[in-house]
Design a protein around this ligand. Structure first.
Ligand code: NAP
Length: 477
C-alpha cells in the first residue's frame, strides 16, 4: 500500500472540513432566520473542496483551470446577481444542467482514459466496481443534462409548459429505462464493452427529454428537485469512480436532499410521485368542469374602505402568494402589518408549503423584509384554525392555495391539495391585478363568495394605498 504524503493528508483534511461545512450549511438552511448563514457555510465548504482539489498532485498545469474559472465567473456571477426570485426555479435547472455536464464529461474522459493504450503498449482497463460507478455516473449525469435543459425551456416558456403526451408514452419510457439497465449490466459484466458504455450515455440523454416531456409546468419545481437528486447521485458515483471522498459525501447529501424535497413538495400538493412523473398534470381543462362554473360577479372594495376595516380589526391573517413575490410587495406588507399592530390588531401570515414557485419562496421573501418568523403560520391546519376566528383575511397575489375546489370539486386538477380557508374569516380581501388564474390555470370560486371583496391592482401599489389610507385615518382626513 502506498504511503500517504503530507500533501495527501492536507487534501483529506480540507475535504473533511468541506464536508462538515456542507452538513452545517444544510442544518442552518432548515430555519429561514439562519438561511443566509447556511449559504455562507456551504459556500465556504465549497471553497475548501476546491482548494483541496487544486492541491491534487495529478494536476500538471493550472492554465486550463484558470481559464475555466475566469470564464465561469464572468458568465455565472452576473447571471446569479441579476436573476429575479420568481425565475429562480429555471435558474436552478440551468445550473444543474452544467453540473451534470461536468459529471458526464468526467465519466466519459475517465472511461476513455482507462481504455486507451499507453506509450508502453498497455491499457489500464477498469474493475467491475469502477465500471458500475462510471456507468451510474454517465446515466444519471446525461439524464440530468437534457432533463434540466427541458425543465429550463418549459419554465422560461421557450417550449410549451403544457405536458406533451403521446399514446404508449409510459411504456416507451419504461422500455428506455430497461434498455439503460441492460446496458449497465453488460458494462459491469465486461467493463471493456465500449458500445454498452456509449449506449448508456445516449440513452441517458434521450431519457432526460422523454421523461420531462409529459410533465406540466406546475410540477416542474418537483421535477427540478428530483433532477437535483439525480445530479447528486451522479456526483457521488463520480467520487467512487475517481476516488474522491468529498464528491461522494457532497453528492450523497445532494441526492438525499433533492429526493426529500421532492417528497415534501408532492405531499404538500397531495400528489403521489407516480402521479407527478406519469400523470401529465396541467393537461386538464383550463377551467373547472363543475356544472355551471362560476356564475356570480366578484364584488370590489375601495382601498379607503378596506383600510378602515383593517385599522379596526382585532385579528388579520395575510395570505401571500406568487403575486406578492412578483410585485416585490414584502416591504410594503411589513409597513401595513406594523400600522395594523400599532392600532391594536394582531397580524399573522398563513404560508402555504407550495405558495410561490419554489419551497420556502414566501418564507424567504418575508424574512428578507424583516418580518418576525414567529408571525408565520406554516401548518395549513393551524392557519385554518386562526382564519376561522379572524376578522379579516388579506390574500396578496395568491390563488391556487386558497381555491375551495381543492376540497369541493373532484374534477378539479387541484382536488386533494390541502388549502387555506380564508372564507371562514369574517371578511376576505383579495389583492390581485385582474381576473388571472393561478399556476394550475383553473378558476377560483372563492372570489365570488359572499364575504369576498376584490381590490384590483399590483400588490405593491395596493398595499401602498392601504398604508396611505390608514395613515390618513390617523391624521383625521
Ligand atoms: P398562483 O396560484 O400562481 O396565483 C398567483 C396569483 O397572483 C395569480 O392569480 C395572479 O392573478 C396574481 N398576481 C400575479 N402578479 C401579481 C402582481 N404583480 N400583483 C398582484 N397579484 C399578482 O400562486 P399561489 O397561490 O402562490 O400558488 C402557487 C402555485 O404554484 C400552486 O399551484 C402550486 O402547486 C404551484 N407550485 C408551487 C411550488 C412551490 O414549490 N412553491 C412547486 C410546484 C408547484 P392576476 O393575474 O389577476 O394578478
Amino acid at each position: 500500500m502506498s504511503e500517504l504524503t503530507s500533501r495527501d493528508l492536507i487534501i483529506q483534511a480540507t475535504y473533511f472540513v468541506a464536508s462538515i461545512l456542507f452538513i452545517l450549511g444544510l442544518r442552518s438552511l432548515t430555519k429561514p432566520t439562519q438561511a443566509r448563514l447556511g449559504m455562507q457555510q456551504a459556500a465556504f465548504g465549497m471553497l475548501f473542496a476546491v482548494i483541496g482539489t487544486l492541491l491534487n498532485a495529478h494536476i500538471l498545469s493550472y492554465q486550463w483551470i484558470m481559464i475555466g474559472l475566469i470564464v465561469g465567473t464572468i458568465i455565472g456571477y452576473p447571471m446569479a446577481m441579476k436573476v429575479a426570485m420568481t425565475s429562480m426555479p429555471q435558474f436552478v435547472a440551468f445550473s444543474h444542467a452544467f453540473g451534470a455536464i461536468a459529471a458526464t464529461i468526467v465519466g466519459v474522459v475517465e472511461y476513455r482514459h482507462m481504455h486507451t493504450i499507453d506509450a508502453m503498449g498497455n491499457m489500464p482497463g477498469m474493475s467491475r466496481g469502477v465500471a458500475a460507478a462510471i456507468g451510474f455516473e454517465v446515466l444519471f449525469g446525461a439524464l440530468t443534462v437534457t432533463g434540466s435543459f427541458m425543465a429550463f425551456g418549459k419554465l422560461q416558456e421557450l417550449i410549451t409548459g403544457r405536458p406533451i403526451t403521446f399514446r404508449g408514452q409510459n411504456a416507451f419510457n419504461i422500455t428506455l429505462i430497461a434498455a439503460a439497465f441492460v446496458s449497465l449490466g453488460v458494462l459491469i459484466y465486461n467493463p471493456d464493452t465500449t458500445w454498452a458504455f456509449y449506449t448508456l450515455v445516449s440513452l441517458g440523454l434521450f431519457l432526460g427529454v422523454s421523461m420531462v416531456l409529459p410533465i406540466g409546468g406546475g410540477d416542474m419545481p418537483v421535477v427540478i428537485s428530483l433532477l437535483n437528486s439525480y445530479a447528486g447521485l451522479a456526483a457521488s458515483a463520480t467520487g467512487f469512480a475517481i476516488g474522491n471522498n468529498v464528491l461522494i459525501i457532497a453528492g450523497a447529501l445532494e441526492g438525499a436532499g433533492g429526493f426529500i424535497l421532492s417528497l415534501i413538495m408532492s405531499k404538500a400538493m397531495n400528489r403521489s410521485f407516480a402521479n407527478i412523473v406519469f400523470g401529465a398534470f396541467g393537461s386538464a381543462p383550463a377551467a373547472s368542469t363543475k356544472a355551471g362554473g362560476p356564475t356570480k360577479e366578484a364584488k370590489t372594495i375601495t382601498a379607503e374602505d378596506a383600510a378602515t376595516q383593517l385599522a379596526y380589526a382585532g385579528s388579520v391573517v395575510i395570505i401571500p402568494g406568487y403575486g406578492m413575490a412578483v410585485a416585490q410587495a414584502q416591504h410594503t406588507c411589513r409597513e401595513l402589518h406594523e400600522l395594523i399592530q400599532k392600532k391594536g390588531g394582531k397580524v399573522t401570515y398563513a404560508i402555504h408549503p407550495v405558495a410561490g414557485r419554489m419551497p420556502g419562496h414566501l418564507n424567504v421573501i418575508l424574512s428578507e423584509a424583516g418580518i418576525d418568523y414567529g408571525a408565520l403560520l406554516t401548518d395549513v391546519d393551524d392557519a385554518n384554525r386562526v382564519l376561522a376566528s379572524a376578522d379579516v383575511a388579506v390574500i396578496v397575489g395568491a390563488n391556487d392555495i386558497v381555491n375551495p375546489d381543492a376540497e369541493e370539486d373532484k374534477s378539479s386538477p387541484l382536488y386533494g391539495m390541502p388549502i387555506f380557508r380564508p372564507w371562514t374569516a369574517k371578511t376576505v380581501f383579495v389583492v390581485k391585478r385582474g381576473k388571472g388564474t393561478g399556476f394550475s390555470g383553473v378558476e377560483n370560486p372563492l372570489f365570488t363568495k359572499d364575504n369576498a371583496l376584490m381590490i384590483y391592482g399590483d400588490a405593491k401599489g395596493v398595499l401602498g394605498n392601504l398604508v396611505k389610507e390608514i395613515k390618513a385615518l390617523d391624521e383625521g382626513h
